[in-house]
Design a protein around this ligand. Sequence first.
Ligand code: 4NP
Length: 158
Amino acid sequence: MKILFVCTGNICRSPMAEGILRNKFGNAGIKVETDSCGFESFHVGDNPDKRAQAVCGKYGIDISRHVARLFRKQDFDDFDRIYVMDSSHYYSVSRMARSAGDMTKVDYLLNIIYPGKNLPVDDPWYHDLQAFERTYKQLDAACDSLIEMTGPGKEDTK
Ligand code: 4NP
């Protein structure tokens, strides 16, 4: 199973989601490849925001080594599922899709918990550490549901 998370700058939400999921899958002994990327080039090459690192670190998750990169068309081939954080990313990904088939891999991350609602994961970038904590909780809950969907014995486990 290869899972890609997508946000805007690839320094807050998506690297946090990637770290949380990798940690949960690792603890459950499930093989998964995860990565994350963004759509704005401001932070390409940067490590995650210090506040994102701090909140993940508090829960024993090290995301310090991730290096921000942009979404690319190849990601449609390289990943089984592509989870976006909000409608802006869904739109940006859809503009790069080469076929309707590409978009079958794409969904809003929170649709895992609230199917079909297309709810956003809150962007903590402009806010304080508490906002990062709230975003962490959203991502953590979504990743718990994701692991239930893809855990051992589930038909879509790869
Ligand atoms: P992210 O947060 O998309 O969760 O990584 C942001 C990081 C940087 C910016 C926006 C959102 N920015 O505009 O630089």
